[in-house]
Design a protein around this ligand. Sequence first.
Ligand code: ADP
Length: 522
Amino acid sequence: MTGEDFRELMDAMADPLVACDGDERVLYLNPAAERMLGWKLEELKGQPFARLLPERMQSFDGQSFLRYLLGRRRALGGRPVRAFLLCHEGPELEAEVTVGTSKEGSEERITLVLRRLPEFPDYTDEPLERLLSSVAHPRGPYPGAAGTRAYQLVFENAPLGLFHFDTTPILVACNEYFVRIIGASKRRLIGLNLFSLQDESITHCVRDVLAGRHAYYEGDYHAVTSGKVTPVRTHFAPCFNEKGQVEGGVGIVEDVTEQRSVQAERDRLFREAQEAIRVRDDFLTIASHELKTPLTPLSLRLASLERRLERKEPVDPTLLRHARQHLVRLAALINDLLDASRIEAGRLALHFEPTRQEAIVERALTSMDSERGQHRIDYSHPAESVRIRGDPYRLEQVFANLLENALKYSPADSTVRVTLDVRGDFALLSVADEGIGIPRDQQEQLFERYFRARNVSVTSYGGLGLGLYISRDIVERHGGRIWVESEVGRGATFYVALPLLSAANPTPPDPRPATGSSQQVH
Ligand code: ADP
């Protein structure tokens, strides 16, 4: 038959026909095929047939769709297979395809007969038999179609995604749960060749099953039909018949989105716990060093004192004073440790009473006399007494800690300015130094437990990183606020705002940078 004859014959056929050469390039479309697909012959002529196929139909078991069909011709026995084809414009089209080859001289010619499948109503509401028997696939209607109603109900209502595929391996049945997980419709899923899936780990599992082995897949499933990505866990098992032959496979799918987020939350908590343990371990090391530091000079002085007393030599009072200073330092560290653990346990007791704040500040200043060295301390306060309601002992501890830090973190001959003032309903104390300052990103963290600046140059100053943590707890329990303003290298100013005794309903000032200056505390 000449090419011309062949074309005439094709045109005369009512069924849509497509002819391709041996390289799967389109040679001819008859008018019925043009109408069905919406493509004109001129547009497709010479183009690969694969242009008519959606992505998931491009490859079957490593072969092109046409080669795959031709290879299975004998098994198909002339029956059509179901396929999806791309129309010129618009959606995919479902069709039955029969394929054959002939010779045109020495050239191979592949001819496809197409039949459009009727648009059937959405399967999902249909009884299973009807659904399955309406699916054309190489093995004919799904054998389970004749199964009992009870079987169908179990299959449909199982609280897991279930699917069944035959040896081709075409998906011949699946339940609603599976459809929900995958996010497509039965209509799109049933008839899908599992070898056409992009995900190789799944096609691997299917291959294992067809070889009679169980398989397991865990990971993200990218649905080709809906584009949805779902984390799943899937168990695959072969279906053996009475003769022990594999007749296909079954899959049980579990959507593990929720377990994944629970796991992610657990991992996060675990990391946090590990970090907390690390911080505590570091702290214990630092605390041990800090507690040991005063011990050596203390024991040296006591030894020297002992020797002098034994030899009945006069005792130098500075020796005793130094020894006492080291003991005081040790006691202060231990007190900080105890206070911090009391705060943790919610047991740091405060005893409130009407009191004069300037008196507390003055006591704190006096307690710092021995640490002052060459520092100048300027202190100013209003002429009138600043009456607050507070715990004098604990507030003295807060102010002393601020003064101690100001002295510790600024040069010996610099000035520390302590100012007590009244702003609206609040008494505002500021302690300003001319020291190393604090980087902006650490200004909030300073008040956290164990926080010590990461600036290497200050490590020699020592400290447990507890003073400001304790101070903040005390100040806030007074209804007040504590904050810092600072620039690196230009000193730091710590503020403490405490409600006045006369204040009816004081709202603590907002210490954030925009409103943090003392001017704005009203
Ligand atoms: P520490 O006992 O370590 O001084 P604090 O809680 O009192 O503990 O202070 C925490 C950290 O805040 C200190 O390690 C220091 O880095 C920083 N800091 C506190 N006050 C000042 C200040 N006036 N100037 C610079 N840095 C300061």
